[in-house]
Design a protein around this ligand. Structure first.
Ligand SMILES: C[S@@+](CC[C@H](N)C(=O)[O-])C[C@H]1O[C@@H](n2cnc3c(N)ncnc32)[C@H](O)[C@@H]1O
Length: 368
C-alpha cells in the first residue's frame, strides 16, 4: 500500500504520481489529490494503479452527472468541474508543446461552449441489440440509454432503437449525426445539411464531419473568414466545410481529399470559378502541385506525413493555417515549420469534446 500525491494529468487523462521515485498513473484523479494505492500493475517504466482509494479529494471533484462513468470509456473527465478540466487541458497542451518543441511562454487561448448536449456526431457499438460505448480498455460494450454529452436528436435515436421504432439490423457499430431536429444514419436519412454562419454544407453520413457544430462555427468565424489570400491550397478538405468560406476570399482555390464520396459532396458544396477539387491521396498529388500563397491543413490524427512536410518546406507558402485534432502530432509538425522560419502569435484550443481528453488545435503560421 502506498500514499500517492497527484502532480498533474497526462495524455490519456491519467493522474501522474510517484512511488519511491517511480512514476505511477492513476485514472480519474485530479492534481493535488492524495490517493491510497493498494494494488498496481507493473509496466516497464512505470506502475499503473489497479486498486486505489481517493483519501483527500480535490475541492474541484464533483459527483459525475453521468451514471455510466467511469465504466463507459467515452469520457475521462466527468469527475471534475468543467473549469478545472479546461485548466488541465491547457496545461497538458503546453506541456506537450514544451516536451516536443522546447518552446514555452506561448499564448494559448481555450475556446469552449457547453460541456453538456454538445456532441452532434457519435459512433455507437452494439451489444445484443443494445447500443453503447466501449469501456476504456475497449474490451466490451457498455449499453447506455442516454448520453449526456450528446445532442437531444442523438438521444432520440437511442430511444427509437430501444423501443424498436427503427431497426438497426446485425451491424456491430453505427454512426449517428443529430442536428436540426433530426437524426441521420445509414439505415435512415443518410444525407445531412448543416447551416454554418448562414451557408449550407451537405454531406453523407459516411463522410467525416466535425462533431461539435457550435464550436465549428466559432472556429470558422475566427480563423477561416479572416484569411485573405490570392491562391489557397486546402489539404485534407473533406466535404469542403472550410472551402465553402475560403473560396469567397481568393481568386484560386484547390482542395485535395482522398475519400471519393466526400469529394463528390465537396464538388456540390463548392463549385464556382477558380475552384478545383481533386480526389487523391495528398502524398500522391503533391508532385503536380502549382504555387500557393496560403495553405490550409486539417489532417487526421497522425498529422502530416514526412513527404507532406517536405513538400511544404519546398513550396514555402507565406501563410499556413494548421487545424489539428492531435496535440502530439501538431507539436511535431509545428517544430518542422518553426525550423523553416515560420512564426506564430498564438495558438487557439477549441474544446470540441468536453469531458474527454480530446482537443482541436488551431494555429496560423507566417513567414515574416
Ligand atoms: C480531420 S478530417 C478534416 C476534413 C475537413 N477539413 C472538415 O473539417 O470537415 C481529415 C480528412 O482528410 C482525409 N484524408 C486523410 N488522409 C488523407 C490523405 N493522405 N490524403 C488525402 N486526404 C486524406 C479524410 O478522408 C478526411 O476527410
Amino acid at each position: 500500500m502506498f500514499l500517492v500525491e497527484i502532480e498533474k494529468i497526462v495524455q490519456g487523462g491519467f493522474g501522474l504520481g510517484r512511488i519511491e521515485g517511480k512514476v505511477i498513473f492513476i485514472p480519474y484523479t485530479i492534481p493535488g489529490e492524495t490517493v491510497r494505492v493498494e494494488k498496481t500493475i507493473p509496466k516497464k517504466d512505470y506502475e499503473l494503479a489497479h486498486t486505489y482509494k481517493i483519501l483527500r479529494p480535490s475541492p474541484n471533484r464533483i459527483p459525475p452527472l453521468c451514471p455510466y462513468f467511469p465504466l463507459c470509456g467515452g469520457c475521462q473527465f466527468q469527475h471534475m468541474a468543467y473549469d478545472t478540466e479546461r485548466a488541465i487541458k491547457e496545461e497538458m497542451f503546453k506541456e506537450t508543446l514544451r516536451r516536443m518543441t522546447g518552446i514555452s511562454g506561448v499564448t494559448v487561448n481555450l475556446v469552449h461552449s457547453s460541456p453538456m448536449a454538445y456532441r452532434n456526431r457519435v459512433r455507437f457499438h452494439s451489444r445484443k441489440g443494445h447500443l453503447g460505448f466501449k469501456t476504456a480498455k475497449a474490451t466490451r460494450v457498455v449499453p447506455i440509454d442516454r448520453c449526456i454529452v450528446c445532442v437531444e436528436e442523438v438521444n432520440r435515436f437511442l430511444e427509437d432503437i430501444r423501443n424498436e421504432r427503427v431497426q438497426m439490423g446485425s451491424r456491430g457499430e453505427v454512426t449517428v449525426f443529430g442536428y436540426g431536429g433530426n437524426y441521420f444514419w445509414k439505415e435512415g436519412i443518410r444525407e445531412v445539411t448543416v447551416e454554418l454562419l448562414g451557408k449550407q454544407v451537405s454531406f453523407p453520413i459516411e463522410s467525416f464531419f466535425q462533431s461539435n457544430v457550435t464550436l465549428l462555427e466559432h472556429l470558422i468565424r475566427s480563423h477561416i473568414l479572416p484569411l485573405q489570400a490570392s491562391r489557397i491550397l486546402e489539404l485534407y478538405g473533406g466535404v469542403g466545410t472550410f472551402g465553402v468560406f475560403l473560396t469567397e476570399h481568393c481568386s484560386h482555390y484547390t482542395m485535395v481529399e482522398e475519400y471519393p464520396l466526400s469529394v463528390e459532396y465537396a464538388r456540390k458544396n463548392l463549385g464556382g470559378r477558380g475552384v478545383k477539387v481533386v480526389q487523391a491521396r495528398v502524398e500522391r498529388w503533391i508532385p503536380q502541385a502549382g504555387s500557393f500563397d496560403t495553405v490550409v491543413l486539417d489532417p487526421p490524427r497522425n498529422g502530416l506525413s514526412a513527404p507532406v512536410r517536405e513538400f511544404l518546406k519546398r513550396k514555402a507558402p507565406r501563410k499556413i493555417l494548421y487545424i489539428s485534432c492531435n496535440p502530439v502530432t501538431f507539436a511535431r509538425d509545428l517544430k518542422s515549420f518553426l525550423s523553416e522560419g515560420y512564426k506564430f502569435d498564438s495558438i487557439t484550443l477549441y474544446d470540441f469534446y468536453p469531458r474527454t481528453t480530446h482537443l482541436e488545435v488551431v494555429c496560423q503560421l507566417e513567414r515574416r
